[in-house]
Design a protein around this ligand. Structure first.
Ligand code: AMP
Length: 281
């Protein structure tokens, strides 16, 4: 495994790989790696791509400075894991590499409802930061394939729009959520939960599953009220629990309004940690 911190070194190495006929698979991360990231990396490796993982905690996508400060950064453990997995290349840029003082612009991407609802509503400026860093990283790496997790479902849709509008030739592959034993979606932020919070947070998955079981038997508003009540009774603070169209993540309030495939998306505070999850019905 090779480690690069500069764009110049990374680019010339990737150029050599392309000349040898290798396709480039890219997994962008903010580090504190777990098996959710591992699944994306394994997919890229199994498909035979020269696999590039970036680790960069992007400051511009954090709407909450305390969240940025508390974000875990176990770099040496991450590098050890990547090396064990057989990752080909790690890109570990500093802020000045990603955001030099001048000369980097991000195109305007029309996110429509994706820029206003759900994560965008509760984390103002978040997707602007995500677009900024992902535009920069895609421009630097120019991957053939980009692997991202369905845990961040709205982010996946935002990046799909970026690839389309900025005319990148990269193909985006969205992969299923990897969960802990109790069903909690794996996340770098889970490290900040206490042992008992982490155990209890499995309830978010249970509530998604219960809603799935009841889906079609009760109205969407009844299902939503009952899920919110269960989350609150557990001592969590739900920010949203919404039904959306699976194809474009537009909010759906009733089955009369839309009777195609539906996904539930939710964001919940457990203590001072904000967790997100989703499940297709
Ligand atoms: P992050 O390091 O949190 O920015 O995540 C990097 C990538 O890993 C994103 O594409 C995430 O969607 C993906 N990811 C994070 N957690 C999971 C998970 N539990 N299952 C699948 N993918 C995940």
């Amino acid at each position: 495994m090779i480690l690069f911190k500069t764009i110049a070194a990374l680019r010339s190495h990737l150029e050599r790989q392309r000349k040898k006929g290798r396709t480039i698979g890219f997994v962008p991360t903010m580090g504190a790696l777990h098996s959710g990231h591992g699944s994306l990396i394994s997919h890229s490796l199994e498909q035979g791509h020269f696999t590039v993982v970036s680790i960069y905690v992007n400051p511009t996508q954090f709407n909450d400075p305390a969240d940025l400060e508390k974000y875990p950064r176990p770099v040496s453990a991450d590098l050890e894991l990547l090396s064990r997995m057989g990752c080909d290349l790690v890109f570990l840029p500093g802020d000045s590499e990603i955001y030099p003082v001048e000369g980097v612009t991000t195109p305007e991407i029309d996110l429509q409802h994706l820029g206003e609802s759900l994560e965008a509503a509760f984390r103002p400026g978040h997707f602007e930061g995500v677009l900024q860093v992902m535009h920069r990283l895609l421009d630097i790496v120019q991957p053939d394939f980009l692997f991202m997790g369905q845990k961040d479902l709205q982010q996946l849709a935002v990046i799909r729009q970026l690839i389309l509008e900025a005319a990148f030739t990269t193909r985006l592959v969205g992969l299923p959520i990897v969960r802990e034993e109790n069903g909690l979606a794996r996340s770098s932020r889970n490290e900040r939960l206490s042992v008992s919070e982490r155990e209890r947070a499995g309830l978010i998955y249970k509530i998604l599953r219960d809603t799935h079981k009841e889906f079609g038997k009760r109205s969407l508003s009844q299902l939503k009220a009952s899920a919110l009540q269960s989350l609150e009774q557990a001592g969590f603070r739900p920010e949203y629990f919404e039904f959306v169209r699976s194809d474009n993540l537009q909010l759906v309030h009733s089955r009369e309004e839309y009777d195609g495939p539906i996904t539930i998306v939710t964001a919940v505070w457990v203590g001072d940690v904000r967790l997100i999850d989703n499940m297709e019905m």
